[in-house]
Design a protein around this ligand. Structure first.
Ligand code: SF4
Ligand code: SF4
Length: 262
């Protein structure tokens, strides 16, 4: 992509693939520093919440109450959360300061992707390489004027989003699968609450697993049980696996169609 094409992409958003090239650099000396951390909605992934609540040393329910707002994810009817804005004149992110982000090493996936947006939740490398990414078109961002060249794949690696997407991969599949359902297939309120608990309130899910008959109904080996007691990521992945059965059993139209053919 030439410089002019990169500039045009900001005006006419274009779809990008893993090998698309762009020029961009963000650094503390740039005139727009931290402007992108104000007046923006940041959708949090489950792993974002785990990293942030661990960083702030808060139980997940307290983190959610203090720092997030609940929403329904478009076309899925599934609950999700965004970072709550501060009540200031700029609608600032609660973690931005004059000298930058105070949770930088644990900043959310969306902040890492910036200035790229992800067009679909289903962004698996190699599956369909093009069209998953686009430039977030914000005129105040001067990073495009800096002379530093990337491919989308290089940017993802530099920003460590590959690792984060890998942790969220099965959860992302689950959300994409729900989105493909016809609108008349609804989840019960209880199923949505379970989805929310596994996705965002991991400490409450741990209480649920170890404070009920859960493990009698879904037994695990002693080593796994010990890991689930302390490892949030392992518990989240275990929970997503459980959710698949809970949310989609007898409901997945693709599986129903396949079963009817058998
Ligand atoms: S607006 Fe763009 S260049 Fe400026 S701080 Fe944010 S990401 Fe960096
Ligand atoms: S989490 Fe950090 S990088 Fe993301 S919007 Fe807030 S201050 Fe900016």
């Amino acid at each position: 992509m030439t410089d002019n094409q990169a500039t045009d992409a900001r005006i006419n958003p274009m779809q990008l693939g893993y090998h698309s090239r762009f020029k961009f650099k963000c650094h503390p000396g740039i005139s727009c520093f931290t402007q992108c951390c104000r007046g923006i909605n940041i959708i949090l992934t489950p792993y974002d919440v785990i990293r942030l609540k661990q960083r702030l040393d808060l139980p997940s329910d307290q983190f959610l109450a203090i720092y997030t707002e609940p929403h329904l994810l478009e076309k899925t009817d599934l609950p999700m959360v965004t970072l709550k804005h501060l009540d200031d004149e700029h609608d600032s992110c609660p973690f931005v300061r004059e000298d930058g982000c105070i949770v930088y090493e644990d900043r959310p996936t969306a902040c890492r992707y910036y200035p790229l947006g992800v067009a679909s939740l289903q962004h698996k490398e190699g599956a369909d390489d093009d069209g998953f990414f686009f430039f977030i078109n914000e005129p105040h961002c001067k990073g495009f004027e800096e002379d530093c060249d990337w491919t989308v794949a290089e940017w993802r690696k530099d920003q460590a989003v590959d690792e984060r997407d890998a942790v969220n991969a099965e959860w992302t599949d689950l959300v994409v699968r729900k989105r493909s359902f016809p609108p008349n297939i609804k989840l019960t309120e209880q199923a949505k609450q379970m989805f929310f608990m596994v996705s965002y309130n991991i400490d409450q899910f741990r209480e649920f697993v170890f404070g009920s008959t859960f493990l009698k109904r879904m037994p695990v080996d002693p080593e796994t049980e010990a890991q689930l007691k302390t490892d949030d990521v392992a518990l989240f992945k275990f929970g997503v696996n459980w959710l698949k059965g809970l949310l989609f059993k007898d409901r997945d139209p693709h599986e129903q169609a396949a079963a009817q053919k058998e």
